[in-house]
Design a protein around this ligand. Structure first.
Ligand code: HEM
Length: 106
C-alpha cells in the first residue's frame, strides 16, 4: 500500500461510530476491523452480516486492497444490499490512507 497510516487514522474518524480497531475492539454497528486487510469477508465472530455480504463471502469475497477500494468508495457498488449505511469516501487518497491505517492492526 502507498497510503499514509497517520493520515488514515484521521480518516478513520468517519468509521468509528460503527467500527472499532485495536486491543479489545468490540463489534458495534459494524464488525471490529482488526486484520481485515487481506482477509476473507464476513468472518468476524459474533457479528450478524447482511445476507448479501454473506452470499459474496461464500463465493470468495476477500478484502484485498482493490476490493476494499471499491467498497469504501461506494459500498453499494460492491454489495448492493450491504447494511453498511455509509455513502463512501470521496477521495482516492483518503481510501488509500485508511487502508494503510487498517493494515497496522493485525
Ligand atoms: C462492514 C469498513 C464506515 C457499518 C464493513 C466491512 C469493512 C468496513 C471492511 C466488511 C467487514 C467484514 O467483512 O468483516 C469501513 C470503513 C469505514 C466504514 C473503513 C469508514 C471509511 C462505516 C459506517 C458504518 C458502518 C460509518 C455505520 C453507519 C458497517 C456495517 C457492516 C460494515 C453494518 C456490515 C455490512 C454487511 O453485513 O453488509 N465496513 N466501514 N461502516 N460496516 Fe463499515
Amino acid at each position: 500500500a502507498d497510503g499514509d497510516p497517520e493520515a488514515g487514522e484521521k480518516v478513520f474518524k468517519k468509521c468509528k461510530a460503527c467500527h472499532a480497531v485495536g486491543a479489545d475492539a468490540k463489534n458495534k454497528v459494524g464488525p471490529q476491523l482488526n486484520g481485515i486487510v487481506g482477509n476473507a469477508a464476513g468472518q468476524v465472530e459474533g457479528f450478524k452480516y447482511s445476507d448479501n455480504l454473506l452470499e459474496l463471502a461464500a463465493e470468495g469475497l476477500t478484502w484485498d486492497e482493490p476490493t476494499l477500494t471499491i467498497y469504501l468508495a461506494k459500498p453499494k457498488d460492491l454489495i448492493p444490499k450491504t447494511k453498511m449505511s455509509f455513502a463512501g469516501l470521496r477521495k482516492d487518497e483518503e481510501i488509500q490512507n485508511v487502508i494503510a491505517y487498517l493494515q497496522t492492526f493485525e
